[in-house]
Design a binder for this molecule. Structure first.
Ligand code: SAM
Length: 229
């Protein structure tokens, strides 16, 4: 069963992982998620995890010491994929979700303030049992890595066999569908009623002609893909 260790100063963010499909996947033993409070590894009465930046500048930087202790505590002797959330990282996409869904152990390091002392990335990149991934979920800045971790986990866990009721739905989805080798987004979907506020479901979808429906859906998916660019 894949194991996900999430390290954060706000463990409460992850209560959403008890809900819906991920909650069910956890309850039925398809995935193992553990949440860890970084402050458990902080020293002093204030349990401080940050300090002023060398070189000056605004804000505080997360100290490497508690991060090192927290990561070492969850590391195993197998391959440890350490995900360090940062807007400076490689952009998360469906291909990365597919790749990460094949990993047995992921550790998510959720930064706060101005981010985590860079030596954490450097140190674990030099350790043979670690593979470090600096990941961004998009070109904008969040207050912390918790929401980014939730986004990644939702995209990854739904790809794990047994999590979705109907695994066939995965093949038909945006960013997995392809036309001539290019990934496209999904065609528009419709359900009952046939008429709603003066708008009708496209005739072709009511025709029962599977070939024509497939061709129509591909054409609409390509149109939608082009309109995003
Ligand atoms: N000073 C950093 C910079 O300019 O790149 C931004 C730090 S941000 C306020 C605090 C934390 O939020 C980061 O360490 C990271 O963990 C998380 N974060 C913010 N934006 C993110 C994004 N787009 N993707 C992933 N994590 C993000």
């Amino acid at each position: 069963m894949p194991k996900y260790d999430l390290i954060s100063i706000f463990p409460g963010y992850f209560s959403a992982l008890d809900l819906s499909l991920i909650g069910k996947a956890r309850a039925s033993g398809l995935v193992n998620i553990s949440v860890h409070d970084l402050r458990d590894h902080a020293g002093g009465i204030h349990k401080s995890v940050d300090d002023t930046p060398y070189g000056g500048g605004a804000g505080m930087v997360m100290s490497p010491e508690p991060w090192g202790k927290a990561i070492d505590e969850v590391a195993t002797s197998q391959a440890n994929h350490l995900v360090i959330l940062t807007p400076a990282g490689k952009k998360f996409d469906q291909a990365m979700a597919q790749e990460f869904a094949s990993f047995e152990h992921l550790i998510f390091a959720c930064g706060r303030y101005e981010g985590i002392d860079h030596r954490v990335t450097e140190f674990y990149s030099s350790q043979p049992q670690f593979i470090v991934h600096e990941v961004s979920i998009g070109d904008y800045v969040l207050n912390g890595g918790e929401v980014a971790t939730l986004v990644m986990l939702e995209a990854i866990i739904r790809l794990i066999p047994g999590v979705l009721g109907n695994p066939e739905s995965l093949a038909e989805e945006s960013h997995t569908l392809t036309v001539e080798g290019e990934a496209i987004v999904e065609y528009p979907n419709y359900t009952k009623p046939v008429e709603w506020r003066g708008l009708s479901v496209p005739e072709i979808l009511l025709s029962g002609n599977h070939g024509a429906i497939k061709a129509y859906r591909t054409q609409e998916a390509v149109k939608r893909t082009q309109n995003r660019e």
